[in-house]
Design a protein around this ligand. Structure first.
Ligand SMILES: *[C@@H]1O[C@H](CO)[C@@H](O)[C@H](O)[C@H]1NC(C)=O
Ligand SMILES: *[C@@H]1O[C@H](CO)[C@@H](O)[C@H](O)[C@H]1NC(C)=O
Ligand SMILES: *[C@@H]1O[C@H](CO)[C@@H](O)[C@H](O)[C@H]1NC(C)=O
Ligand SMILES: *[C@@H]1O[C@H](CO)[C@@H](O)[C@H](O)[C@H]1NC(C)=O
Length: 338
């Protein structure tokens, strides 16, 4: 029970600019877990809009739900939910053939995504299955063209029957329903998924007691949408990727994102700076760190924001000075908890 992770499936694509997607993350799990045997969440882009509990067979709206009961026909979605649950049951039988059941909890997962292009047409649809976090098979439907990749432990004949069936359902039910639902949610949540929230960017220096050197981190947080380019510069030149650690996109609890990129340095005299480009910023946002030992730290954030407000973004350069190692810890953690 301790060692399983839900939603291990990696995102298959970065949706093209202007397009939107509806996602289903479904999980089928047996054993001692706090989860229903079958459940899923629906997301519009990266906003959770619905949760389904397969034990009680209930659809539970999430987020702003004032008037969303007309987005889709619940009876159709409940029927689709039953189809998915029974296909999981079949897959369970296959998946458990060669698995040592004493190894712990086995989870089957399915990721379904359909995409609406910015010209209003249906883009690709992907259905990807995984057992214990590893992809088992995937069906792609693009421009009326199916491609299937997989390594299921079944006979070719059984696979063919299963695939024919699944393709017909994608054509006639899953994709039309998915696109219709996606359009419905977009209508209701357009402001939520098209919002632009500026990153707060800061450059932090922290003593690294193990190496005797320092770690310079650039942190951008509180931004939406998720796409951001964060670049660390040394004396005006981008620092190469293999020197950088971090760079993972992490969700904040409030629907915004954060990203941090770090660099280990010795006490040197180079000048470091960090630059962010994001949809919310007309220009890039530059933050510079300078090493001048002994100077007290000045907070960078209020000034940057004030300048942004006064000048309506634009390139902002702010220099702040190295702080004594002892007091840098507090700033570092407060930046992270922002
Ligand atoms: C919820 O929806 C209403 C009506 O569509 C809208 O006025 C309101 O701003 C929304 N609230 C949030 C938190 O999105
Ligand atoms: C299953 O795993 C347990 C513990 O790892 C091991 O003792 C047992 O022999 C395994 N059984 C099979 C059929 O592999
Ligand atoms: C279907 O997709 C495959 C793989 O992308 C491609 O090789 C094939 O030509 C496509 N077929 C049609 C009819 O578009
Ligand atoms: C990030 O950089 C790439 C390559 O230069 C560019 O295509 C993309 O639009 C940039 N993204 C943002 C959010 O600025």
């Amino acid at each position: 029970m301790d060692n399983f992770i839900l939603f291990l499936l990696s995102l298959p694509m970065a949706a093209p600019k202007g397009s939107h997607s509806l996602w289903m993350h479904a999980t089928y799990i047996k054993g001692q877990t706090p989860f229903p045997e079958f459940s899923y969440v629906l997301l519009l882009d990266d906003v959770t809009v619905l949760y389904y509990n397969g034990e009680t067979k209930t659809l539970i709206p999430r987020g702003n739900t004032t008037t969303e009961d007309d987005v889709f026909n619940s009876n159709v979605l409940l029927t689709i939910s039953d189809y998915i649950q029974s296909s999981f049951m079949n897959k369970w039988a296959i998946a458990t053939q060669n698995v040592n059941k004493t190894d712990g909890v086995l989870a089957l997962q399915r990721l379904v995504v359909c995409e609406l292009r910015d010209d209003g047409e249906a883009g690709q649809m992907i259905t990807r299955d995984a057992a214990s976090g590893s992809t088992t098979d995937e069906l792609r439907y693009v421009d009326k063209n199916f491609t299937y990749q997989g390594h299921l432990n079944v006979s070719a004949q059984l696979l063919k029957i299963h695939l024919e069936f699944s393709m017909r359902r994608h054509e006639n039910l899953y994709q039309p329903f998915c696109i219709k639902t996606l359009k419905g949610y977009l209508e209701k949540r357009r402001n939520q998924v098209n919002r632009k929230v500026k990153p707060r960017v800061r450059l932090i220096q922290k003593a690294n007691s193990d190496s005797g050197g320092f770690r310079v981190s650039c942190l951008a947080t509180g931004f939406y949408p998720r796409h951001i380019n964060l670049t660390l510069f040394r004396d005006g030149q981008p620092v190469s990727d293999h020197e950088i650690t971090g760079g993972d996109l992490l969700p904040n609890g409030d629907g915004t994102y954060q990203m941090r990129k770090s660099l280990e340095i010795s006490a040197d005299t180079h000048k470091y700076s960090c630059s962010a480009t994001h949809l919310s910023l007309d220009n890039k946002l530059d933050i510079t760190l300078e090493f001048e030992p002994g100077e007290p730290f000045k907070s960078v954030i209020p000034s940057v924001l004030a300048l942004l407000l006064v000048f309506g973004t634009g390139a902002v350069i702010y220099k702040y000075r190295r702080r004594r190692a002892a007091s840098s810890e507090g700033d570092y953690s407060s930046a992270l908890s922002e």
